[in-house]
Write a protein that binds this ligand. Structure first.
Ligand code: XLS
Ligand code: CA
Ligand code: CA
Length: 437
């Protein structure tokens, strides 16, 4: 059965093409800085937005009626698997990502739910074998069902905590079975609304305990995926515990989990936290914690998690500049955690949106590579900090300075001379390079 019968394989036609169903910049086999675009970007499709999402918003029901929607939830789940692999093939994306509850519906008991999941996992496994498509990451949805009203790993109810453990155990087993290269933990409802009813210390300790159990179980079953925590500052709770990269790293360090986890960073979560995506990537990278990316963009005028497809070339350039400087995305990838707008409800929009996102990232990659080759920024930065390579600066960096030695130096170093940071010039250089791609 074909779900996208009218659409063929999307190919690269280059800059001059006006075919909406073709790539203008994403040319998978094109080599950039010694590696193909495909290997740099490791694109993934987010199952929940592309195959489970319907376009609901807080004010209205779904607008998209998909050809894989049937009356029986298991029939829909099976049809979605077929639609997923057809889509991956046609759009030319090597990976996908899913939550357990995106792919298979909840039953009336945990046993029944696990059975549904097993049926779908069988299908996913077969389709992966025949298509060569891979699982970038899977995760557990522990936020949609009403049982998670007070959280999962940070709930006030031990019975719910136990359920979370059981669900995670199954989810890790599914990840192992499908060869997931990463496993993501996003703190869905791990946060709080008011301190008046919250034991923050216990909640955080319990969350860390659950992560330790996951590490232990993955070891036990030989599941060697890279574990990732995905920060987000708010939504659904007012205060999400994994606020941003820095907060999450501090949490991991406090509970001695830092060697078992890296971060899955999302662009829209970065801006919700009052940061840029490149800031979050830099924080992760300098701490050895850069794991994977959820590619999307928010709308600064709206201010919530809109999960739009990334089209801002400045942002994709700065994102890829950080990724390249960090030495690449490693076992992670660029997952389109993005949904078509409610008004873009036709099936073709799914293709058009991914093409826009993939071309924007390809552009960003090419511009970032040019920035690196030109050394326009790195040369400036190197020069800006040159005072730390000689004299008193070299002593500071070598750990040889004391307050007394700094005083002795400062007393006879008068006046001090500073130099311009040249921000406007640097931004103009970035613009020139983005325009020249
Ligand atoms: C929600 C998150 C979520 C994670 C996976 O805002 O982005 O979709 O990526 O649970
Ligand atoms: Ca995400
Ligand atoms: Ca999001």
């Amino acid at each position: 059965m074909s779900y996208f019968g009218s659409i063929g394989k999307i190919s690269y036609e280059g800059k001059g093409s006006d075919n909406p169903l073709a790539f203008k910049h994403y040319n998978p086999q094109e080599v950039v800085l010694g590696k193909t675009m495909e290997d740099h970007l490791r694109f993934a499709i987010a199952y929940w937005h592309t195959f489970t999402g319907t376009g609901t918003d807080p004010f209205g029901v779904g607008t998209a009626v998909r050809p894989w929607d049937f009356a029986n939830p298991m029939d829909t789940a099976k049809a979605r698997v077929e639609a997923n692999f057809e889509f991956l093939e046609k759009i030319g994306v090597p990976y996908y990502c899913f939550h357990d509850r995106d792919v298979a519906p909840e039953g009336s008991t945990l046993q029944e739910t696990n059975k549904n999941l097993d049926v779908i996992a069988d299908m996913l496994e077969q389709n992966m074998k025949s298509s060569g498509k891979k699982l970038l990451w899977n995760t557990a949805n522990m936020f949609t069902h009403p049982r998670w009203v007070h959280g999962a790993g940070t709930t006030s109810n031990a019975d719910v905590y136990a359920y979370a453990g059981a669900q995670l155990k199954k989810s890790l087993e599914i990840g192992k079975r499908l060869g997931a290269e990463n496993y993501v933990f996003w703190g869905g409802r791990e946060g709080y609304e008011t301190l008046l009813n919250t034991d923050m210390a216990l909640e955080l300790d319990n969350l860390a305990r659950l992560f330790h159990m996951c590490v232990a179980y993955a070891n036990e079953i030989g599941f060697d995926a890279q574990f990732l925590i995905e920060p987000k500052p708010k939504e659904p709770t007012k205060h999400q515990y994994d606020f941003d990269a820095a907060t999450t790293i501090a949490f991991l360090q406090k509970y001695d989990l830092q060697k078992h986890f890296k971060l899955n960073l999302e662009a829209n979560h970065a801006t919700l936290a009052g940061h840029t995506f490149d800031h979050e990537i830099r924080v992760a990278a300098i701490n050895g914690m850069l794991g994977s990316l959820d590619a999307n963009q928010g709308d600064l005028l709206i201010g919530w998690d809109t999960d739009e497809f990334p089209t801002d070339l400045y942002a994709t350039t700065m994102t890829m500049y950080e990724v390249l400087q960090a030495g690449g995305i490693g076992k992670g990838g660029v997952n389109f955690d993005a949904k078509v707008r409610r008004a873009s409800f036709e099936d073709e929009d799914l293709f058009l949106a991914h093409i826009a996102g993939m071309d924007s990232y390809a552009w960003g990659l090419k511009a970032a590579a040019k920035l690196i080759e030109s050394k326009a920024l790195s040369g400036f930065v190197e020069n800006r900090y040159r005072s730390f390579r000689e004299g008193i600066g070299a002593d500071i960096v070598a750990g040889k300075a004391s307050l007394a030695s700094l005083e002795q130096y400062a007393m006879q170093n008068n006046p001090i001379k500073n130099e311009s940071g040249r921000q406007e010039r640097l931004k103009a250089i970035v613009n020139e390079i983005i325009f020249s791609v």
